[in-house]
Design a binder for this molecule. Sequence first.
Ligand SMILES: Nc1ncnc2c1ncn2[C@@H]1O[C@H](COP(=O)(O)OP(=O)(O)OP(=O)(O)O)[C@@H](O)[C@H]1O
Ligand SMILES: [Mg+2]
Length: 407
Amino acid sequence: MTETLALDFENVSKSFAANSDKSSAINVVVDSLSMQVRKGEFFSVLGPSGCGKTTTLRMISGLETPTSGTIRMSGRVVNGVHPHKRNVHTVFQKYALFPHLNVFENVAFGLRMKKVSSEQIKRRVNRMLEMVRLETYADRMIQQLSGGEQQRVALVRALVNEPEILLLDEPLGALDLKLREQMQVELVAIQKQLGTTFIFVTHDQGEALTLSDRIAIMNRGRIEQIGTPTEVYEHPASIFVAKFVGTSNVFEGTSEFESNSQGASFVAIQTSLGRLRAKFHNGNTRFHPRDVPSAALIVRPEKIRVRVTSPSGESGSADLNSVRGTLVERTYFGPTTQIKLKINDQAAPLIALIANQASVKAPTLKLGEKYYAVWDPGDSIIVPSDARVAAALDAPISQPLGSTATA
Ligand SMILES: Nc1ncnc2c1ncn2[C@@H]1O[C@H](COP(=O)(O)OP(=O)(O)OP(=O)(O)O)[C@@H](O)[C@H]1O
Ligand SMILES: [Mg+2]
């Protein structure tokens, strides 16, 4: 199993002195981080500014040494191994290209340092430039390139060294939206073509969702969840993940087990708005309510239906979730319309996303009027209120590494 792992972090922590003054307080920047990255995987590390993403990458490249814990690459412990002795290269946000060298020489630089024959250099650099369609740019100087072209040079300058792991630290941050989306598609295509393990750092959740095989979501030096894009979006493990990846409505309260007369079971959350339900799937729900009394119910905006009248009386309505609120905002996005309902004195309004489908005439929703927000218990997600409790739970929805067939 270990041979299939490009990278294995086992309880890795990193602390820094808060100030240069040695006697000052210690900041734990990366806190008992464990994660495993498969060979050939496009793995993203997603989290807000300052959560420890770059520090994590620096420990992978060898520029920082962990305070404690073990880092393995292809099964080998690399904690004290010099950066040059690791087959890892980094693409930085600021591309750090050499302005006094042309495109060809920028890409060739690492190979020249390694004393690769000039014939080989020519072949490998040209192949890389062709891959990013810059073969006619070989003689240009860096300042004669656009941001997107510079980004491509930075990418192939790292890839030409045939790293086992390519680290990308917000490499698309400097590009405008259109170019960014184009480069995202290109990155994935190149990664699949070469089969290189990519570890991609971003604070853009949309980018992480579209690019990655799996995503690690980081918050304050800890990983709150690792999973495929679908897993982290459909089954967020904590309130933080639910709010950071996509938009969520979160209702906190005390949780109880409940079953109806047809034998269906639910987790019911007693909130200030009344009782809200989630379907209880035995073996698929991360915990039983008796073990985690303090929990939150989460529902994504697109799972909510907006009604003028109460759903009570509809078939199966006894188990439906329904809250009533005043329409305070309505934003037309073209394919969808987002609305916000203010419920009682709740600070955060409920957010619902309505699809503007062809034959369905959207009801005219008026600001200031009251509406019902209705959703199925099967579309609710339950997470522990406390992130540490969430982290301690096994996630049966995410396949543990080693149990899945490797491609
Ligand atoms: N050498 C250092 N000495 C002291 N503190 C540091 C050092 N390097 C990083 N830190 C602190 O560690 C924390 C995490 O920094 P890091 O650069 O890993 O964050 P990040 O997730 O990459 O953020 P961003 O998205 O803004 O790039 C920050 O609070 C930062 O100030
Ligand atoms: Mg950073």
